[in-house]
Design a protein around this ligand. Sequence first.
Ligand SMILES: NC(=O)c1ccc[n+]([C@@H]2O[C@H](COP(=O)([O-])OP(=O)(O)OC[C@H]3O[C@@H](n4cnc5c(N)ncnc54)[C@H](O)[C@@H]3O)[C@@H](O)[C@H]2O)c1
Length: 284
Amino acid sequence: MRDLAGQTAFVTGAASGIGLGIATALSQAGVKVMLCDIEEEALKKAVADLKTRTNVDVDGVKADVSLKGELQAAADATVARYGKIHILVNNAGVGGGGVYRDWTDAGWNWVLGVNLMSVIWGFEIFGPLIEAHGEGGQIVSTASVSGLITGPSPAYDVSKYGVVALSEGMRNALAPRKIGVSVLCPGIIRTQIMTSRRNVPQRFAGAVGKPPPAEGRRAEFIKALQERINNGIDPLYVGELVREAIENDWPYIFTDTEHEQFIDQRFAAIKQGFDRIRRRTPRR
Ligand SMILES: NC(=O)c1ccc[n+]([C@@H]2O[C@H](COP(=O)([O-])OP(=O)(O)OC[C@H]3O[C@@H](n4cnc5c(N)ncnc54)[C@H](O)[C@@H]3O)[C@@H](O)[C@H]2O)c1
C-alpha cells in the first residue's frame, strides 16, 4: 500500500460533488491538493472550507478543462505552486447533450469536451509531469456506470465509454512508467450533476439544445432521477474509496453494486454474439 502523505494531487471539478469528496478525502490523508474548477465562487469556498477543516496545504485554480490551453495553464500553476505532482484526478463532468432528434453539435461538443477531451489532455499534460520526478503516481478518471452500460443520454454515454477505454489502454501503457491508472465508475451519487447546465461555457450558450421538458414521460424520468440523486451515495464516501484505490492501485472503482446485473447482461449479450458465430466456419 502506498503512503500518500506529503504528495500532491490535482483534482478537476473539485468545487462540488464527487470532486470535492475526493479532494477532501485526499487532504485528510495529508495530500496537498490543487482544486480546479470552472466555477470561481464555489471553488473559493471549497478551498477555504478545506483549509479550515484539514489544515493541509490546499489551493485552487480556475479553468475550463474543455479548453486545452486553460488545463495547461492550470498544470503550470500547480507546478509553480507545489513543484511535483503525483496524483491527477480527471473528474470534471457534465450531464446532458440532448437526446435523439433533439441533440445539437454544440451539445455533443460541450459534453465530449468536458467529459472526454479534458481526460485525454489530462493524460497528455500531467503524465510527463508525474513521470519527471520518478517517484511514481496515479491517474484516476471519473467515468460512470454509464461507461459500461448505456442509458438515455447518448453524448454522456459515449463520453464515459471513452473514459473507460482510455483508462484501460493507458493502464498498460503507463505501468512501466510507474504511473497507476484507475477508472471510477460511480452509481448514483448525491451531487449537483442535474444542474450541469449552470456550467455551459459562453461559446456554446443557447446552442446545446433545449432544456428537458417540464411535462411528459421524459420529465417524469428526470424527476425520478433527481429523487434518486437526492438520496444518492455520499460524495465523501466516494472520495474515501478513491483514496483507497490510489493507495492500492485498483483498476476499477465502483461505489456500489446496484448496476452490476445490467453490466452482466451486457457481457452476456456480447458473449451470445460469439456463441452465435462459433458454430459457423469462417469464410476467408
Ligand atoms: N452524481 C452522479 O450520480 C454521478 C454518477 C456517475 C458519474 N458521475 C461523474 O462524476 C463527475 C463529477 O460530477 P458530480 O456528480 O460531482 O457533479 P457536480 O455538478 O456536483 O460536480 C461537477 C463539477 O465539475 C465542474 N465543471 C463542470 N464543467 C467544468 C469545466 N468545463 N471545467 C472545469 N470544471 C467543470 C462543476 O463546476 C462542478 O464543480 C462527473 O464526471 C460525472 O459525470 C456522477
